[in-house]
Ligand binder design. Structure first.
Ligand code: SAM
Length: 329
């Protein structure tokens, strides 16, 4: 077993990824303020509404029904997402990568390609950048998601990365991808060493019986190179975990996490209808976000709503993230 890499965390707005997030959030804040003519009161109200919408959309029963029409493209929803989720998503993906045995072996290569399916505004890109922050070779990160939802965020993220990173060895590319649309459901992931699916499969679970969706995952699994790693992580949602397992099990083997690290005990995930159980590992990530960025102290306290604790982020369940690692045979 390769030696475990020391675990680092995206700490605040001073570390490289924190600086990128800071710039990115501020750009989106400016766009939101412009939209409400600089009115701070309306800005606060609209952010609060956006956070409520995000929180409600990610309830498990809502995901089961399907939230494909959710308006991620709206400016305030994007601000809410980046403000509340980006640091958590990046931190949790980086931590899951640390826990996943064999990922550190990749750093012996001179070039690594990571494909982030359903990478959203780009939080997954930041998690990958954080995990590979000491890697000295060529790092290619490809993000796949719906451009009509996130295209604007991708531009400002690219600008923030270019401004902060100045590293020609890192390339980030953004690709229009939609699992439900025939001409956008075949991502070019054949060079990928790792394919991440972070808080993504839950969101397309409702579409799983569609022909386009079956074709999409069939394409991904068949075109991935032998040895490629599939890293599935996200919510504690048995149905999605079970679906992912059924998609991957014939062409991949399940890998154990790095047992040298002090990991939380695996948890049994049980389908309440069939009572079938599978083991699934989990990590816990601190739900800190705005505090670390030292941003928006003026609005933070005003965002508290009656329905959920202000620190909770759209059903991120106290920072618990489940994950499984598969390897293509
Ligand atoms: C909860 S977000 C997760 C984003 C990111 N991975 C993160 O952890 O912050 C779920 C993502 O799934 C994407 N998604 C939903 N339906 C999709 C579809 N049909 N095709 C591609 N992506 C989709 C959404 O656009 C969104 O970015």
């Amino acid at each position: 077993m390769a030696e475990a890499k020391p675990e680092n965390e995206i700490e605040d707005d001073q570390c490289p990824v924190g600086k990128i997030i800071h710039k990115w959030v501020c750009d989106k804040e400016k766009e939101c303020l412009d939209k409400v003519g600089g009115n701070k009161e309306r800005f606060r109200e609209d952010v609060k509404k956006a956070l409520d919408k995000l929180f409600n959309a990610h309830k498990i029963f809502k995901l089961e029904e399907g939230i494909q029409s959710f308006k991620y493209e709206r400016t305030f929803i994007q601000f809410g997402y980046i403000y509340k989720h980006a640091m958590f998503s990046a931190r949790s993906l980086s931590k899951v990568m640390h826990r996943s045995n064999v990922l550190n072996k990749l750093e012996e290569k001179s070039s690594i390609t990571i494909a982030c399916l359903g990478g959203g505004p780009g939080s997954d890109v930041l998690g990958v950048l954080d995990y590979f922050r000491d890697f000295e070779g060529q790092l290619n990160i490809q993000l796949y998601d719906r451009k009509n939802k996130w295209g604007k965020c991708w531009k400002s993220l690219q600008a923030a990365i270019d401004e902060e990173l100045h590293d020609p060895r890192v390339t980030v590319s953004f690709h229009d991808f939609d699992v439900t649309t025939a001409d956008k459901n075949k991502p070019d992931i054949q060079d990928a060493d790792v394919i991440t699916m972070h808080y993504f499969m839950e969101e397309v679970y409702s579409e799983r019986e569609k022909e386009e969706v079956k074709e999409c995952f069939d394409h991904i699994i068949q075109t991935a190179k032998p040895g490629a790693l599939f890293l599935y992580s996200g919510m504690y949602m048995y149905q999605a975990t079970d679906w992912v397992h059924r998609l991957l099990k014939d062409n991949c083997k399940v890998l154990e996490p790095n047992m040298d690290l002090h990991i939380d005990l695996p948890r049994i995930c049980q389908d309440y209808i069939t009572v079938e159980s599978i083991w699934i590992y989990r990590i816990q990530v601190d739900l800190r976000q705005e505090g670390d960025l030292k941003l928006f102290y003026d609005i933070r306290d005003n965002l508290e709503t009656g329905g959920y604790p202000v620190k909770e982020i759209s059903f991120r369940l106290d920072g618990n993230v489940v994950y499984r690692l598969y390897q293509k045979k």
